[in-house]
Every structure is written in C-alpha cells, then in structure tokens.
Design a binder for this molecule. Structure first.
Ligand code: ZN
Length: 245
C-alpha cells in the first residue's frame, strides 16, 4: 500500500502537478494542510485536492485564515496580502470546503499520527530538536508526520534524547524508521520549500511495510513565478520560489 504524503501546497499548481506526475499511482493520499495561500492557483488546487479525495486530510493555518475561521492579524503583511487575494479567488463552495477541514491531529492506524504543526498545536513550528521534543511529548505511536515549517526534516527520539536525522538534499531518501525510536518527519512543502532546495518536496509512505521515502522533484518554477506576478501578489512570493527559502 503506497500513500502519497502532501503538505503545504500553497496554491502552487505547477508544483502539485509535478509531484503527482512524479509519484505516479498511489493507493491513498495524506494532505497535511496549507492547501492555499501564497500561490497563484488557489481555486485550481482546491479542485484538484477535492478530486484526489485524500483519505487523510486536515487543515493548515493558511486554510483556516483564508476560509475566514480566524483573522490574519498574526500573519506577516505579505501573507495577509496573499490571504486577501486568495479569498477573492475562491467560490463560496470552495471556501466552505476549506472551512470544513479538521484541525487534526488524525490517526492512521495505531502507529501514525498526522498533523499540520504538531499534535498538541496545529500552529506549532518544529524548527529544531527542542521543538521536536515538545511535539513528541505524549505521542504514543512510533511515527508522526507533520508539515508547517516548509522544510523536509527528520527528528528521532530515543529515550531522553532527540537527534536531528535530516538528510542533506537528495532526490530520494528512505527514512530508516528503526523500531527503537520515535520518528517525527516533515515531508516538506510541495509549493513553497524553505529549506534551500527549490524543488517540490513530498513523501511516499507504506504503512504496512513501514517504509517512508522523502522525495524532491523539479517543477516549472518560472511559470509559477510568472503567474504570481501576473496576479499582483507580492513579488517576494515569486522570488522565494526560485531560491527555495
Ligand atoms: Zn505552510
């Protein structure tokens, strides 16, 4: 059983299309939120996710704000501008669909927890081992898949230590998932990577075989940038796609 793991697509249709082509047919889809916000294709990306019908689907902070469930006061001015523009692009049905997404965490079987930021807080950023320790606190199963930071990261807790096992940038990397540890894995961002690698990030998970592969794939960054600029969104949102930061 292969399950495609998507997170932080951020309305980047070009990146999402490249990921779907690269991954090929899968038996299921996990979507860990931030479907919209920042990118130029919120309506198209929402429709594509609805069509994919992820078996495991939860919201991100941008989905929540773009759906009008909370305000954008804590967002940066650039993110706020993107929220305002995104709201004008979504139909009332698409907005209602976004608003209906659960906050998480969700469970996949007995072993895997799914969330946007961290199990205890959908807005929590896991940026290092200390954050990973907090995120893993209270987690019973051996694996947690999350998003939110836009960086492909791998943290491993063994007894009272947390180790950063994040790989150097590679196209494909199998997370070892040894049974002596708990694993906190961020598959990275499909549509706005911030870990210095501009390629779209995703993962393929097999819950039965207990394998998890992190992947990167090139996509048409120039087209995504051109469409962000044509939409009148802040230029920094186009520029950062080229740098992957
Ligand atoms: Zn995000």
């Amino acid at each position: 059983m292969t399950v495609l793991v998507l997170s932080d697509i951020h309305a980047n249709l070009e990146a999402l299309t490249a990921v779907l082509n690269d991954a090929g047919p899968c038996d299921g889809v996990i979507c860990l939120g931030d479907i919209v916000g920042y990118g130029a294709s919120p309506a198209e990306v929402v429709d594509l996710i609805i069509e994919l019908a992820p078996r495991w689907l939860l919201r991100g902070n941008h989905d929540r704000v773009c759906a009008g469930l909370t305000d954008a006061l804590l967002f940066s001015p650039v993110a706020r501008k993107a929220v305002e523009w995104t709201r004008t692009q979504l139909s009332s049905e698409q907005t209602a669909w976004l608003a209906s997404l659960p906050a998480g965490p969700l469970s996949l079987g007995d072993s895997t927890t799914l969330c946007h930021g961290a199990p205890h807080d959908e807005d929590f950023y896991v940026l290092g081992p200390d954050d990973a320790w907090i995120a893993l606190e209270g987690l019973r199963g051996p694996l947690c898949l999350h998003g939110h930071t836009h960086s492909q990261t791998v943290f491993r807790r063994q007894r009272d230590m947390v180790f950063d096992e994040t790989p150097a940038h590679r196209a494909r990397w199998a997370v070892p998932l040894t049974s002596d540890s708990q694993w906190l894995v961020n598959a990275g961002s499909v549509g706005q990577p911030r870990d210095g690698d501009p390629r779209a990030a995703y993962a393929v998970f097999d819950p039965e075989a207990e394998t998890l592969e992190l992947r990167r794939v090139q996509y048409d960054v120039v087209r995504a940038q051109r469409r962000i600029r044509a939409a009148g969104l802040p230029d920094v949102l186009a520029a950062r796609l080229g740098a992957g930061n």
